[in-house]
Design a protein around this ligand. Structure first.
Ligand code: MOS
Length: 702
């Protein structure tokens, strides 16, 4: 266990002290039930049938033989499925039609849902699904992502498509030092430990869905919209979630389960197989990023251009906002960022841990390292000389900016001062050794949520909030937050989450979950404590206070709000085999007040480990002939395993967020940001060779 050298004030209370997960014992003993494990009477099982062609139309389905197979109850497809409304704007915009299954005969990519076979048992459903003959009218497809495609277009996503200031070409021409390179990152997939699963049933006129998701009120409102239901008549529960990372919103399985439960009037469960998640769960778009940096001899940036090309599907637009990194991190006299898309016959990409920041930081933080080399300036000093006074694009002041504190503390602990900047000099037997660093950042936001806190007659307290614990320890964190606001010990507080009936709350996403929920819990608990101080006694039903943070969050001043961090890596490279091993890694983060140091450290490490995976292992390769993936499973899609993970440590500096009631900023995503660049920069330091294409596979090292 690390000893946190936190700069947070020593506050007496539960927040800031290490607590094991409240549900930890249940999880490791199997008592905690995940969505696909919860029993229901009369449960039927649906199995999704996915297209085997990458583009075309479904001409017909031979359902008759399948309906005669043992246990089969129904086959839903575009000719008989309930109609859906997709003409609405949900919490994150228009719905991805991939979730609105069976509405037409078009097939926009391989692995598109074309039918759901429902049977008495999962095995019967699977057997029938595999026997279902689907006839297609095939059309030529195009899945070839590459830089320089003439059909690329500028697309906005959550930020503007293009930002421009100054005369880029003139500043580049006048610069003493120029870096102009292209960096690529591959298609990457989520692979949550728990694949997506949902059970739907109608109960007393209400639709109930037991699911694995990142936000129950979010999924409930999407389903209400899609099925044209009164929002109050939909209840979604999601008690334990085995990972989400951006992939667990509304997806095909919940919609298909609701359709089948409606048609059959009995509970229906739909589970994605691991293989199915590769086309149905969303993924990270590949990127091709061109970075142009121009600097004076002292390393001060005169020109910065970050141009990112990504892909999306033909049915929905999703932008991996990689160029957003330059909008936050570095200013220049001439500054340009652009996000471009190409539409291909592939599944729609989606949010995946630090969407934009993860690939964007690989490109920009690698380019900064190249600039440092060319200028003969230490990479940390180069970043110090280019620390922006205000948001480079927004012009807004930063709420707080502790990037250099992270570098200072990280450099001290990593032993950076002893580093010889020249590459290819250090050896350990057959291994070449090198060290590298990179900056990290992530937005620090909060979104409106509601919570209810009840003082029970027995002296305990119950918190109800439709939060999601996707493995982060959110339930435990909220218990500590509530205890402090109530001024009681955590053992007197029970926190109930994962139920849309608890009222609207933000999702476990955008690194904003715990902060947004903690704000609502603190507001209700504080008011309750003040009420109890009046000593009016507690009636048998308890006293409940509800909060809604919409107004408080709406009143926040406009600022650039971010967490920052510094990543350090040491690698060993075998020049004979091309093997790259990370030997040690250190991440120092300034991410506001840390609620639970034990689980926070795990979350930072999890992000950094994913960064190692991104740097060295992960790559989904699309086959141009079929339009599908090679190895759409955990045998073919490599992720870092235990043996790949070295001595790795995460710690934090910095102050509580000045505008948050608890001081939280959010730690969900920043751990992966900059991690791959730190490793790539270390590989350069070891070998003298730049790696601008991820992953750094052995064949690329040689
Ligand atoms: Mo995260 S990619 O905001 O779930």
């Amino acid at each position: 266990m690390t000893t946190a050298t936190t700069g947070t004030k020593a506050v007496k209370g539960a927040v800031g002290t290490a607590h094991t997960r409240l549900e930890g014992r249940d999880k490791v003993t199997g008592a905690a039930r995940y969505a696909a494990e919860i029993p229901f009477a009369e449960l039927a099982h649906g199995w999704l049938v996915l297209s085997t062609v990458a583009r075309g139309r479904v001409r017909s389905l031979d359902t008759a033989p399948v309906l005669g197979m043992p246990g089969v109850l129904s086959v839903l497809h575009h000719e008989n499925a309930p109609r859906l409304d997709t003409d609405y704007v949900g919490m994150l915009g228009a719905p991805d039609p991939t979730a609105a299954v069976f509405q037409h005969d078009r097939v926009p990519h391989l692995g598109w849902p074309v039918a759901l076979v429902v049977a008495e048992t999962s095995e019967q459903a699977r057997e029938a699904a595999e026997a279902l003959l689907v006839h297609y009218e095939e059309e030529p497809h195009d899945v070839a992502f590459s830089a320089g495609r003439p059909d690329a277009y500028e697309a906005a996503g959550f930020g503007p498509a293009v930002t421009e200031k100054g005369d880029l070409e003139a500043e580049l021409a006048a610069s003493a030092v120029v870096v102009d390179e292209e960096y690529t990152t591959p298609e990457e997939h989520h692979n949550s430990m728990e694949p997506h699963a949902a059970t739907a049933l109608w109960d007393g006129g209400r639709l109930e869905v037991v699911d694995s998701n990142q936000g129950t009120t979010w999924v409930a409102s999407e389903l209400a919209n899609m099925f044209s239901l009164d929002p109050g008549s939909v209840r979604v529960r999601s008690e334990h979630v085995g990972g989400g990372f951006g992939s667990k919103g509304l997806r095909a399985h919940q919609v298909a389960a609701v359709m089948a439960a409606t048609v059959l009037q009995r509970p229906v469960r739909v589970v994605m197989t691991r293989r199915q998640t590769f086309s149905l769960a969303g993924y990270r778009s590949p990127t091709a990023q061109r970075i142009r940096l121009g600097a004076d001899a002292g390393g001060r940036l005169r020109a910065l251009d970050h141009d990112s090309l990504n892909l999306t599907s033909t049915v929905h637009e999703f932008v991996e906002g990689s160029a957003g990194v330059a909008r936050t991190m570095y200013d220049a006299d001439a500054h340009r960022t652009a996000t471009r898309l190409v539409r291909l016959d592939v599944p729609t990409p989606t949010f995946m841990r630090a969407p934009g920041e993860a690939p964007g930081s690989f490109a920009l933080e690698s380019a900064l390292d190249e600039l440092a080399e060319k200028c003969g300036i230490d990479p940390i000093e180069l970043r110090a000389r280019n620390k922006p006074e205000r948001g480079p694009v927004s012009g807004l002041p930063f709420s707080s900016h502790h990037l250099l504190d992270c570098f200072r503390e990280g450099a001290r602990r990593f032993g950076w001062a002893d580093r010889d900047p020249r590459p290819g000099l250090r050896r350990d037997g057959r291994w070449l050794l090198g060290t590298g660093t990179a900056a990290a950042h992530f937005g620090a936001g909060a979104a409106p949520s509601t919570a209810a806190v009840t003082a029970e007659a027995d002296g305990t307290f119950t918190v109800r909030i439709s939060a999601a614990d996707i493995g982060t320890g959110a339930r435990t964190a909220l218990t500590l937050v509530a205890a402090d606001a109530l001024e009681v010990t955590p053992d007197r507080v029970r926190v109930r989450i994962g139920d849309s009936d608890f009222g609207p709350a933000f999702i476990a996403g955008g690194s904003m979950g715990t902060r947004s929920w903690a704000w609502a819990v603190t507001a209700a608990a504080t008011e309750l404590r003040e009420r109890l101080a009046l000593n009016t006694g507690i009636p048998p039903e308890g006293i409940t206070i509800r909060s809604d943070t919409t107004a408080a969050i709406g009143a926040l001043a406009q600022k650039e709000r971010h967490s920052f961090g510094a990543q350090f890596a040491e690698v060993a490279v075998d020049p004979t085999t091309g093997e790259v091993r990370v030997r040690r890694m250190l991440g120092i983060f300034a991410a506001g007040r840390i609620v639970n140091p034990l689980t926070a450290r795990s979350q930072f490490l999890g992000g950094m480990i994913w960064g190692i995976s991104m740097a060295l292992h992960e790559e989904a390769v699309r086959d141009r002939a079929s339009g599908g993936l090679y190895g759409a499973d955990l045998a073919g899609y490599h992720v870092a395993a235990h043996a790949d993970i070295p001595a790795i440590e995460a710690d934090w500096v910095g102050e509580p967020d000045p505008d948050d009631p608890v001081g939280i900023k959010g730690i969900g995503e920043i751990g992966i940001v900059g991690a791959a660049a730190a490793i790539a920069n270390a590989v350069w330091h070891a070998t003298g060779v730049r790696h601008r294409n991820l992953p750094i596979r052995p064949d690329r090292v040689l």
